[in-house]
Design a protein around this ligand. Structure first.
Ligand SMILES: *Cc1c(COP(=O)(O)O)cnc(C)c1O
Length: 395
């Protein structure tokens, strides 16, 4: 290619960025399923260990297939550097923990993926790092939570499962005034619809398990940031502690990126259609969809996101019993705690992903007993609408 892939539009970068073609000239990216590398001489080996020769050393640190996945994500996200990890949680844990030490303080939005909450609330305090949880939609709460030792702000937007949208530029500004960094878990938005680094965040993390694979096969994660942050805080931590991704999984995710744009667009269009049909359904008390005018932060969605969401949240009237009847009646959409898959998936957060929370905390987060999270897949929208409307008849 004559142009640098970074100058192409995102769809083109998703197909071409980062390709390391071997001497065989293969069309599709090669899977380098190797632990290590051999050296032509002891001198070459020495130079590689000294960092004077840029080749690979050991697949816990780096591998050509993993490098292709990381480079493609870097160019999609507009980051300077990245490190991939075995799972989304390995990426989140590393991004939060690696730069901190005992005595540091974290501020995070309360509406979080369950394991993110575990890392902040249960794991960090054991090493002398305190977290203050705030209502992420209230900028004053972020400001008031700042302490002299605050080093990190952490948030997800849109949030799971209630799809609230948080003001990333506003929160980044408060973090930077406090001398802290902002880490954004961008799983729900996807790199197609939201670029947190361009909005002022310092670090972006993904569970690549979700939309990036998008076909329910592999787990994976990635941390994207500046060259300085990755070099100073992430590179050595991952190299020495080893939450590394398998080259096989990196290869699946790399190939997943080629179709990420078309999948996320199609799934978002389908979710938007379903949201419009269900919005005024008599069995539904409340529906949340980022992209509809009646979303609580509709103006913010327009300002910081390029598209809506592949997910819809809705509260059916009649609480848990009604929600369970809907889930059990669905023929096409499958009951699962996962999301972002080619297959439509449906979750009852109060009894699964958020069952660990006290009922009053769930209520505060807007997760009612009748709340359902719907992840739109690649099926025809009309089949999904027929499936959902038939199931809602039984609610
Ligand atoms: C799934 C998920 C994670 C964790 O990812 P795994 O790949 O399952 O470890 C983290 N954050 C969010 C928002 C998620 O949805």
């Amino acid at each position: 290619m004559s142009k640098s892939p970074a100058t192409y539009r995102p769809e083109t970068r998703l197909v071409h960025s980062g390709t390391l073609r071997s001497q065989y000239g293969e069309t599709s990216e090669a899977l380098f399923l190797t632990q290590g590398y051999v050296y032509a001489s002891a001198e070459e080996c020495e130079a590689r260990f000294k960092g004077e020769d840029p080749g690979f050393i050991y697949s816990r640190y780096s591998n050509p297939t993993i490098a292709m996945f990381e480079r493609r994500m870097i160019e999609l996200e507009g980051a300077e550097a990245a490190r991939s990890a075995a799972t989304g949680m390995a990426a989140v844990t590393t991004a939060i923990l690696a730069p901190l030490k005992a005595g540091d303080h974290v501020v995070a939005s309360r509406a979080l993926f369950g394991s993110n909450l575990y890392v902040l609330q249960d794991l960090l305090p054991r090493y002398g790092i305190e977290t203050t949880l705030v209502n992420g939609a209230n900028l004053d709460e972020w400001q008031r939570a700042v302490k002299p030792n605050t080093k990190t702000f952490f948030l997800e937007s849109p949030t799971n499962p209630t799809l609230d949208v948080l003001d990333i530029p506003g929160i980044a500004e408060i973090a930077h005034q406090a001398g802290a960094r902002l880490i954004v878990d961008n799983v729900f938005a996807t790199p197609i619809w939201q670029s947190p680094l361009a909005l002022g965040a310092d670090v972006v993390v993904y569970s690549a398990t979700k939309h990036i694979d998008g076909q329910g096969r592999c787990l994976g994660g990635i941390i994207l940031s500046s060259e300085a942050f990755i070099a100073e805080h992430i590179h050595n931590f991952m190299r020495q502690t080893g939450p590394s991704i398998s080259p096989f999984n990196a290869w699946v995710l790399l190939k997943g990126l080629e179709t990420l744009g078309v999948r996320v667009r199609a799934q978002t269009d389908t979710a938007a259609c379903i949201a419009d049909v269900l919005a005024n359904h008599p069995k539904i008390a409340r529906l949340v969809y980022p992209g509809r005018e009646d979303h609580p932060q509709a103006a913010l969605v327009k300002k910081q996101m390029r598209g809506g969401s592949t997910l819809i949240g809705f509260e059916v009237k009649g609480g848990k019993a009604a929600a369970f009847r809907v889930l059990n009646e669905l023929k096409l959409a499958k009951i699962s705690n996962n999301l972002g898959d080619a297959k439509s998936l449906v979750t009852h957060p109060a009894t699964t992903t958020h069952q660990r929370l006290k009922p009053e905390v769930r209520a505060e987060l807007g997760i009612g007993e009748g709340f359902i999270r719907f992840s739109a897949g690649l099926e025809h929208a009309d089949d999904l609408i027929e499936d959902l409307t038939a199931a809602l008849e039984k609610a």
